[in-house]
Ligand binder design. Structure first.
Ligand SMILES: [Zn+2]
Length: 242
């Protein structure tokens, strides 16, 4: 009749959260700075939740709005991480982009020079590839570029769940539906890393007030669960150090 084993609480241990089953959500917003980015910034700030913005270099450089919005993200480093999502976003010609990995690599380096991120996290345009310590998911199309980004020490993070948008660029799933899917993915361990879930959204989905309210509602629903914490992707397990 032995007693319960003692749980060793080792302060500062990176294993602690995994041991206790704490579940971490990473909100990520892609393709800004665009109309809608300021709503994402405002809502995350009001709700005091961390998020990661995958920025497109071209969108940052082409207007004063882009530069100001970019600066707003950088200025709130406690809450936000800014990461590299390429310079041209493949000009939305993905086949051409990924068939020319050398120029695609240069595109990421150009974005790095413009965005000057303080982390080495990237996301491929239009492709859910991953490359971290112990995690590699890349289709044959993107593998040559993934290997090149890897060789210069960059991490690639995709997503576990996407909040999709329709032809008008407006959110498809309701906040309640999406929150239930989050619960289910955690419960059934259907995330790339157990107990860690990355959500992909696009800034432009939340440009209309009615749609930005949906983002706020979604975040509130997740907070009400009481069992999730929000982090920036700079805290994701397995990042290669630069
Ligand atoms: Zn994108």
């Amino acid at each position: 009749m032995g007693g319960h084993p003692k749980i060793g609480i080792n302060k500062g241990s990176s294993h602690l959260s995994a041991d206790l089953g704490i579940k971490t959500i990473y909100l990520s917003f892609d393709d800004g700075p665009l109309t809608g980015t300021t709503n994402c910034i405002d809502i995350c700030t009001r709700e005091n939740v961390m998020a990661t913005f995958f920025e497109v270099g071209l969108h940052q450089t082409r207007s004063a709005f882009g530069k100001n919005t970019y600066q707003q993200i950088l200025n709130n480093g406690a809450l936000f991480a800014l990461a590299n999502h390429s310079y041209t976003h493949a000009s939305n010609n993905y086949m051409h982009f990924y068939h020319h990995p050398d120029s695609a690599l240069l595109d990421f380096l150009k974005a790095k020079a413009v965005l000057q991120p303080t982390n080495n996290i990237t996301r491929l345009p239009g492709n859910n590839a991953w490359n971290l310590n112990g995690i590699k998911r890349a289709s044959p199309l993107v593998l040559p570029l993934v290997n090149k980004l890897d060789s210069i020490g960059l991490n690639i993070i995709g997503w576990d769940l996407q909040w999709r948008f329709n032809k008008m660029g407006r959110p498809i799933q309701s906040p309640a539906n999406l929150a239930v899917i989050v619960d289910s993915l955690f419960e059934h361990h259907q995330t790339v890393t157990k107990n860690h879930l990355v959500i992909l959204m696009h800034d432009h989905m939340f440009r209309a007030p009615a749609d930005s309210l949906k983002l706020e509602k979604f975040i509130q629903l997740l907070k009400q669960r009481g069992r999730y914490r929000f982090q920036k992707l700079t805290q994701y397990p397995g990042l290669k150090s630069s």
